[in-house]
Design a protein around this ligand. Sequence first.
Ligand code: PEP
Length: 251
Amino acid sequence: MRKNIVAGNWKMNKNLQEGIALAKELNEALTADKPNCDVVICTPFIHLASVTPIVDSALIGVGAENCADKVSGAYTGEVSAEMVASTGAQYVILGHSERRSYYGETVEILEEKVKLALANNLTPIFCIGEVLEERQAEKQNEVVAAQLASVFTLSAEDFSKIVLAYEPVWAIGTGLTATPEQAQDIHAYIRSLIAEKYGQEIADNCSILYGGSCKPSNAKELFAKPDVDGGLIGGAALKVADFKGIIDAFK
Ligand code: PEP
């Protein structure tokens, strides 16, 4: 059956020393009080090689927030999936709305990134979600269906290795959260699309995380919904007490 996962997205926060301190503090907290779900921290590239050896891999997975859409070569400033994997990281967030909107990442670019991540044994946490105007026009289902095109060209075997994160853009960093019912409705819709494409078993085994202003006070209610399998957490992942409060929603 599918896994429950709480994944943190540090975004462009924390210098190296601060990031190491945060990872150590989280590791200590989860060693003392074991989580009832998988826990992942996705950090800036420069933190990965330092953070992977200091966390207990049985308790905390480590991931990047992006990777290149090319294998290697003259792409100044880019970081490949192979480089990410060589740090010991096991995950990579792909398709985050900030990457789509600020860096022009298209369905096609993201398809390449997902394939390269999988070829390097990284688990993509693939993000989809609509902006406010699309939600107001009740177009959220159409939007996520179109975004899934990046991963619906995968073989069934490869699709089974990815994690999805539904993140309504209007709820990211805004303090607005989708209601548990809104989250459940669209998660169930996403799962129905997976079932249509890959069959019910693969759909039932796919973890679909919710992201968007998730915090200790709303996590339990959101995660209680049958098709919500955990969260992708931005702001609240930067403080151990908040992140652990969300992890503890599974207790
Ligand atoms: C995110 O950016 O993935 C996110 C969910 O951010 P926040 O929790 O801060 O809304």
